[in-house]
Design a protein around this ligand. Sequence first.
Ligand code: MN
Length: 206
Amino acid sequence: MDKKNKLLEKYQGKRDFRKTSEPFGDELSEDNNKPLFVIQKHDAQNLHYDLRLEVEGVLKSWAIPKGPSTGPGDKRLAIPTEDHPLDYADFEGVIPEDNYGAGTVIVWDTGPYENITEKNGKKIPMKEAIDTGKVSVNLDGKKLKGGYALIRTGAGNRSRWLLVKIDDEEADARRNPVSTEPESVLTGRTIEETASEVADKLNDGG
Ligand code: MN
């Protein structure tokens, strides 16, 4: 227990695990299942959506202030954040005040994904795709399906990532799941309901 993990140094260094119920991350699964993606809605200082992709034992993470779009070609700013442990993928709850990322988290969407990144007509591993700054994935979530690209533009301090909906059969400019489907895919509850439920439990003293 509580063995520090080199891959998760940044994640573990930002948090006090006596105070937050977020997972420490001492389990690295090595299964052969399809890799997982998760999008967590996080009502922190600024509401945002955390996109996480399972890559080689950790969750590679980007914060998306406006959340993902289903409109073909729609671009959303995606800010890289620290790698998270795999068991963060089903974390929901309230990160207490004065802790890093304080606020309520729900699992807004999740499911398997497929790496469809190609370079010169050949498939390349996710790690290489991320290093190159050009990632294409096929999501099989409950709310989001089909192709999304993560693209790094600019260099050095000016570099930024964009999440772009690939124009495919699943693209639909009329849908807007960020506003019409705000609830958790695990519990059916919204951020507000999750927050008040946790508060009630604390008030019950147990
Ligand atoms: Mn976050």
